[in-house]
Design a protein around this ligand. Sequence first.
Ligand SMILES: N[C@@H](CCC(=O)N[C@@H](CS)C(=O)NCC(=O)O)C(=O)O
Length: 224
Amino acid sequence: MLSLHHLEYSQSYRVLWLLEELGTDYELKLYQRDKKTSLAPADYKAVSPLGTSPVITDGDLNLAETSAIFDYILDQHPDSPLRPAANSAARTDYLFWFHAAQGSFMPMLLMSIVFQTLEKRSPALIRPLIKAVLAKATSAMVEPRLKLLLDKAEADLAATGWFAGESITAADMMLSYPIESAHSKGLLKEKYPNCEAWVARIKQVPSYQSAKQKDGKPSAIFQL
Ligand SMILES: N[C@@H](CCC(=O)N[C@@H](CS)C(=O)NCC(=O)O)C(=O)O
């Protein structure tokens, strides 16, 4: 049976949500982050080929990388509407947003977290200098890219309220982590009402709610 190794406050929430939505049999193993480092604990790192969350095991297979895990699981559910068919109208939107989640959105959010950590951990004497350098890097590199992504998300959501076609797909699930992170940082608000409404919409999906119950945390998002 497939096991999801679920690290608290991590991107593996999306895999938990996917498994709940598909209604498939799976085993859930819960792990807590290391209290000091916030990283995955040693027993988690021992399972994951890259030491990162999510990871699934299935027989002899250990598979990391969220998008690979999504495709592996969806390959076992070929008739699921969560992955629009190759010849369907929603397919290119699906491909774009499914891959933009990990390929473009998440690197920007990771950079923000790394910058915050660097600032927090820098020696007090040089902290103002580090802060100024990181603020410059944020305004030159992170903010413009995030803006382009959120502008496109806002425009694309206007049609149906979902990212690819008339109903929820795995692209919406993949985007939940970066867009909920943007929401919790207060980046959406009045500027991105379609994105705000989408965040509220996904939280109403029954499988999102049952995943939340199994996760047991107030939020899926990791915050420093
Ligand atoms: N590209 C990877 C990124 C995974 C990743 O960075 N996960 C974070 C959690 S959100 C993690 O494992 N953090 C704990 C650690 O690095 O020990 C994926 O899509 O699965």
